[in-house]
Design a protein around this ligand. Structure first.
Ligand code: ZN
Length: 454
């Protein structure tokens, strides 16, 4: 039986359609999980099984998070990892993460997804690259199903430990055969290539400094044989570049190309230190990047040249990155930081509020290789968020409510609709009991820190 949903009387509907229309007094009509009509309220059907009055709200496409490590929500603000750069930060955290369990993965994924959904995100990727004890990616996927988030689950991996010249301790790395076998199992069990898919698997060795060249190449071959996407970390900071130069005698972009890691089915996190040749090559090949401004500031990695990448046509999405290096998973807050950080690097007109929102919607969809999310128009998935405007943070900013979302205090949603289902209603998550999850999450975070003496 079909179900219809009408969102009407919006202060403004931000469509992100081909003309980037913003419709005052707009409405969206949904049948099941798909958008049927978008336009002025008077032009749309007046009846539906459920009607949401969006007076005094901005209605927009759900934001898309292209980089995260949700388990890290258990290790926010670890004292020993508060003030280091990437490699120092990692070596302080690996021993803690070595005690991670399946239960911790499941609960922290629920926590991270709750924070994302409440802050306007409807689709997220997650890069889980450490599998100690009984950890499996299946526990992340189960959490996504429970909360109702559209999910690109990246099967990460590390195989080069310290004894082989890598950064992670040997006890947290896996055998390469086992990595590939588990990746194949996950693709065959969960990957949905269809339109409006709620679950996709991504092949995602962690970084050039934690896996071998062989694994990079075999991962690419496996991903392409199944038609799934590839994801890793690249060119994050100066040490990352130095490692690539020393170990491979190549820039990170050259190494990625050498391993077959370029194309519209590949996206790399960070790319803060991607050189001009790398930018041109990414543009030419349609290789995407996940921009993570808070993490880049937190670890003092630098300012990614996003303005230049966009001008050259590189697909750019936005990512909050893991909560050990942000330590916020607020998606609209990340949009704000993306806008502000480009200005610090490249001038006050380097990124507008609307451009930042576009990166977080259409940009993210492109990076994840999808054409069914990121905009409100007929035939798109019904992933829609509503932000209430009569809040203290927006007082005095209502002459431009769309820009206000980005310039003013990052707000939480009042409604979130994911795949046609109301997941947040009146600011409350409808699919899980959030206070119970937070309590459990805090108990597990304490357990994890105590196990390591952190
Ligand atoms: Zn990351």
């Amino acid at each position: 039986m079909t179900k219809t949903l009408l969102i009407k009387n919006a202060r403004v509907v931000v469509t992100m359609d081909d003309e980037r229309r913003e419709i005052a007094g707009g409405a969206v009509f949904i049948r099941d999980n798909v958008i049927v009509q978008v336009g002025p309220t008077a032009d749309l059907p007046q009846q539906a099984d459920e009607v949401i009055d969006a007076a005094n709200h901005v209605v927009m496409p759900g934001l898309i998070n292209t980089h995260h490590h949700m388990y890290q929500s258990l290790t926010r603000v670890i004292p020993a990892a508060q003030n280091g750069e990437l490699f120092n930060w990692l070596t302080n955290l690996y021993p803690i993460w070595a005690n991670l369990t399946a239960d911790m993965v499941h609960v922290s994924t629920l926590t991270a997804m709750s924070e994302l959904i409440l802050s306007g995100c409807t689709t997220s990727s997650d890069h889980l690259y450490i599998y100690p004890n009984d950890c499996r990616l299946d526990d992340s996927i189960a959490a996504a199903r429970k909360i109702g988030m559209r999910f690109h689950a990246a099967r990460g991996s590390m195989s080069v430990g310290q004894s082989k010249g890598g950064l992670p301790p040997d006890r947290v790395v896996e055998e390469e055969r086992a990595i590939l076998k588990d990746t194949q199992r996950l693709i065959e069990t969960y990957h949905d290539a269809g339109r409006y898919a709620m679950e996709r698997i991504v092949v995602a060795p962690c970084s050039p400094f934690s896996v071998s060249r062989d694994l990079m190449k075999e991962a690419a071959a496996m991903a392409r044989s199944y038609g799934v996407s590839l994801h890793t970390h690249l060119a994050e900071n100066a040490n990352d570049i130095a490692y690539s130069r020393e170990k491979f005698n190549m820039t990170p972009a050259e190494y990625a190309e050498d391993c077959g890691w370029v194309g519209h089915d590949v996206w790399h996190a960070h790319c803060v230190q991607l050189d001009d040749d790398g930018i041109y090559m990414f543009a030419r090949t349609g290789t995407g990047i996940a921009h993570c401004p808070c993490s880049n500031m937190r670890l003092a990695s630098g300012i990614a040249p996003i303005r230049k990448m966009l001008d050259q046509g590189v697909p750019v999405g936005l990512g909050v990155d893991g909560c050990a290096s942000n330590d916020s998973g607020h998606m609209l807050g990340e949009v704000r930081q993306a806008m502000l950080l480009q200005r610090v690097g490249y001038g006050p007109d380097a990124m507008t509020a609307r451009q930042a929102l576009e990166v977080a919607t259409l940009g993210g969809a492109k990076v994840l290789n999808r054409d069914d999310i990121g905009a409100l128009k007929p035939g798109m998935a019904a992933d829609i968020v509503l932000f209430k405007l009569d809040q203290i943070g927006f007082a005095g900013a209502l002459h431009d409510p769309v820009a206000a979302l980005v310039f003013c205090t990052p707000s939480n949603v009042s409604y979130s609709i994911i795949n046609g289902k109301v997941v947040v209603r009146d600011g409350i998550l409808a699919t899980i009991d959030l206070p119970v999850v937070i309590e459990r999450h805090n108990a597990l975070a304490r357990e994890l820190a105590l196990a390591t003496g952190a």
